[in-house]
Design a protein around this ligand. Structure first.
Ligand SMILES: Cc1cc2nc3c(=O)[nH]c(=O)nc-3n(C[C@H](O)[C@H](O)[C@H](O)COP(=O)(O)OP(=O)(O)OC[C@H]3O[C@@H](n4cnc5c(N)ncnc54)[C@H](O)[C@@H]3O)c2cc1C
Length: 408
C-alpha cells in the first residue's frame, strides 16, 4: 500500500517499476542527447531536494529559498541562450511541475517573466547590471501586471500610473514617480526586483519599469489562505510616490502590445505546467490503483478504474502532443498568440478533467495532501486562471477564427 506521505517516494516517473511512463508516446526522445542528460540531472535534483519536502512546504505555505543555489547550479535559465530547444524548455517546466507545481511557478515567474524580459527589453546597461545575478538566482525577480481591480482587463484598465519628472534624478537625469497597486504578484514578498507595468500619465501608453523592491514607498503583503500553489509567495503590492530612475525603464516598451511577445512565451510555459500536472496526476493515480485493494483485488482490476486511468493518460498525451507542436512552431518563430491561447485553454480543460479523475480515484485519501493528489488537484485551479484564464484564452481563439471579438 502506498505509504502515507507519498512525498517521500522516488521520482514520479519511476513510481511503478516495469510499467510504461506517462510520456506514453515518448516525446522526450525528440530531445538531443545533451538535453536528455540535463533532464535526467534535473530529475535527480527534484527527487532528492524537492519531492521529499514539497508537501510540507505546501502545507506550511513556506518557500524553500535554501534550495535556490542547487537549482541555479543546474544552469537552466535562458535555455535559448544556452543552445537548448523550445521543447527542452517546455519539458523542464513540465518535469518540475510533475514534482512540485509551486517550484515550477517560482521558476517561470523568475526566469520566463523577469529574466526573459531583461533579455528581450533590457538596455545593454540594464543587462550588464542585473542579468548575471538574476540568471544564477543570487537575486530574484517578479512580474507585476495584475491589479486589485483589473485582471483580465488589465491591458485597457490599468490604474497604476507613472509620471515623468524631468531632471528628477540625483544625477540631473529624468526620473519617474509610480503610484498604484498590484495584486497576485508571484515571488512578490521576497523578490529583489519587480517588473512593474504602469500607464504613462502623459499619453496613456503602458510602460515597464525595473523596480528595486526596497525603494521607499513600496509596501508588500503576503496573500494568505490560498488553496492552490501555497508554496508560492503571492503579494499585494502598493506603490506610493515611488521614485524610479529613467535608467530603470524599459525603453523598448511603449504600449501593452509590446509585452505580447513576452506573454506569449510565458503562456506557453504555463500550458506546459498543465502537462506536468497531468503527468503527476497519472503517476499518483496509477500507483494507487495498482497498490490499493478493495473487494479483495487491486483497484486496477476494475474496468471503470482502468477507463479513468486511460482517459487521464490520453488527456496527458494529447496535451503533450499539442505542446510539442507549439515548441516546433516556436523554433520556426511562428507560434502566434491564438495558437498559444488554444494550447493553454485546451490543456487547462484537459488538466481539470484529469486531476478531477485522479482525485476521485484516490477516494478519501484524495483529499489529504499526504497522498500528493490533493495538492495536484488544488494547484490545477491556479493554472486554470493565471496567464489568461481559460475563458479569456478561449475567446482569443474565438476572435481569431470568427473575426469577431466576444471579449468586450
Ligand atoms: C496563483 C496566482 C498567481 C499569479 N501570479 C501573477 C503574477 O506573478 N503577476 C501578475 O501580474 N499576475 C499574477 N496573477 C494574476 C492572474 O494573471 C489573474 O488572476 C488572471 O489574469 C485573472 O484575473 P482576475 O483574477 O482578476 O479575474 P477576473 O478578470 O476578475 O475574472 C474573473 C472571471 O471572469 C471571467 N471573465 C473575465 N472577463 C471575461 C470576459 N470578457 N468573457 C468571459 N469571461 C470573462 C474570467 O475568465 C474569470 O473566470 C496570478 C494569479 C494567481 C491565481
Amino acid at each position: 500500500m502506498m505509504p502515507a506521505g507519498l512525498a517521500t517516494s522516488p521520482a514520479p516517473a519511476d513510481s511503478v517499476a516495469g510499467l510504461p511512463t506517462a510520456d506514453f508516446f515518448d516525446f522526450e526522445s525528440m530531445l538531443n542527447a545533451r538535453e536528455q542528460a540535463k533532464l535526467a540531472e534535473l530529475r535527480v535534483f527534484l527527487a532528492r531536494e524537492v519531492a521529499p519536502f514539497a508537501g510540507e512546504w505546501w502545507n506550511k505555505a513556506e518557500f524553500p529559498a535554501h534550495i535556490l543555489p542547487k537549482l541555479a547550479a543546474l544552469e537552466l535559465s535562458a535555455p535559448a541562450q544556452r543552445g537548448y530547444s523550445n521543447l527542452f524548455a517546455g519539458l523542464v517546466i513540465a518535469e518540475m511541475t510533475r514534482v512540485d507545481t509551486s517550484l515550477a511557478t517560482f521558476f517561470l515567474v523568475h526566469h520566463d517573466l523577469f529574466v526573459e524580459s531583461l533579455y528581450g527589453f533590457g538596455s545593454e546597461e540594464q543587462k550588464a547590471r542585473l542579468l548575471e545575478d538574476a540568471a544564477s538566482l543570487r537575486t530574484t525577480g517578479a512580474f507585476a501586471l495584475t491589479e486589485p481591480g483589473h485582471g483580465s482587463d488589465v491591458a485597457g484598465g490599468m490604474e497604476t500610473v507613472a509620471r515623468r519628472v524631468p531632471g528628477g534624478a540625483p544625477d540631473g537625469g529624468d526620473s519617474w514617480v509610480l503610484n498604484g497597486a498590484k495584486r497576485w504578484i508571484g515571488n512578490g514578498t521576497f523578490c529583489d526586483y519587480m517588473l512593474v507595468w504602469a500607464r504613462d500619465e502623459a499619453d496613456g501608453g503602458v510602460r515597464g519599469f525595473i523596480v528595486d523592491a526596497t525603494l521607499p514607498g513600496v509596501s508588500r503583503s503576503r496573500i494568505e489562505n490560498k488553496i492552490a500553489l501555497r508554496t508560492v509567495q503571492n503579494a499585494d503590492i502598493v506603490f506610493k510616490d515611488v521614485q524610479v530612475a529613467e535608467s530603470d525603464r524599459f525603453a523598448g516598451i511603449n504600449s501593452f502590445e509590446d509585452t505580447n511577445e513576452l506573454l506569449r512565451g510565458s503562456r506557453i510555459m504555463v500550458a506546459w505546467q498543465g502537462v506536468g500536472q497531468q503527468l503527476a496526476a497519472f503517476d499518483v493515480a496509477r500507483q494507487y490503483a495498482v497498490e490499493r485493494r478493495q473487494f479483495g483485488r487491486p483497484l486496477a482490476k476494475f474496468q471503470l478504474v482502468q477507463q479513468q486511468l486511460v482517459t487521464m493518460l490520453g488527456n496527458a498525451v494529447a496535451s503533450m502532443g499539442m505542446m510539442v507542436r507549439i515548441a516546433q512552431l516556436q523554433d520556426q518563430g511562428a507560434a502566434d498568440m491564438p495558437q498559444v491561447a488554444l494550447a493553454k485553454s485546451y490543456v487547462s480543460a484537459r488538466m481539470r478533467e484529469t486531476v478531477g479523475m485522479g482525485r476521485s480515484l484516490l477516494g478519501g485519501n484524495g483529499i489529504v495532501t499526504d497522498y500528493r493528489m490533493a495538492k495536484i488537484f488544488a494547484d490545477a485551479e491556479a493554472i486554470y486562471t493565471y496567464e489568461g484564464s481559460f475563458e479569456i484564452n478561449t475567446l482569443i481563439v474565438g476572435r481569431a477564427v470568427t473575426g469577431v471579438s466576444a471579449i468586450v
